[in-house]
Design a protein around this ligand. Structure first.
Ligand code: SF4
Length: 145
């Protein structure tokens, strides 16, 4: 039997374009799920893949794909958008506020000052994940600064 944590790994492992993944395993439950996924030799069914595809599509705006070359060049101030969205993910999705705080506060003061001055409208227009970049970046700044 597969638990919900195994499916994303199976998708990655079944993709011949991906050679390796790096997964944080901060607790025993995640470690055990990863081991179970590695030992499970059954491939995902088409319906599993379709459901995951649909889930990825429905939740896309909550996940930054790290394609910083698309959004960051559209903002005329120096702001590492994908990094800051990752810090937000550490804080909200992983519950790791300590890491989020450390990384955010390591940003140069000038970069942090730019956050509220920038116009993110073009970045949002081109973002393939349709993320509300400005809202999330500013919220992250409020939460972590
Ligand atoms: S374009 Fe969107 S998904 Fe890509 S790095 Fe920028 S915010 Fe993230």
């Amino acid at each position: 039997m597969r638990c919900r944590f195994q499916h994303p790994f199976k998708v990655v492992w079944e993709n011949p374009k991906i050679a390796s993944i790096c997964s944080a395993m901060p607790n025993m439950a995640i470690l055990q799920a990863n081991i179970a996924a590695a030992l499970n030799k059954n491939n995902l069914s088409e319906s599993d893949k379709n459901r995951l595809e649909e889930y990825a599509h429905r939740t896309a705006s909550g996940y930054c794909a790290g394609c910083a070359g698309i959004c960051e060049k559209t903002v005329d101030l120096d702001i590492p958008i994908s990094d800051i969205l990752r810090y937000s993910m550490y804080n909200h999705s992983y519950g790791d506020r300590k890491t989020a705080l450390r990384l955010f506060n390591n940003l140069p003061a000038e970069v942090r000052a730019n956050i509220f001055k920038a116009d993110y409208s073009t970045a949002e227009k081109f973002c393939p994940q349709k993320i509300k970049i400005g809202k999330i970046i500013k919220r992250t700044c409020d939460e972590l600064a």
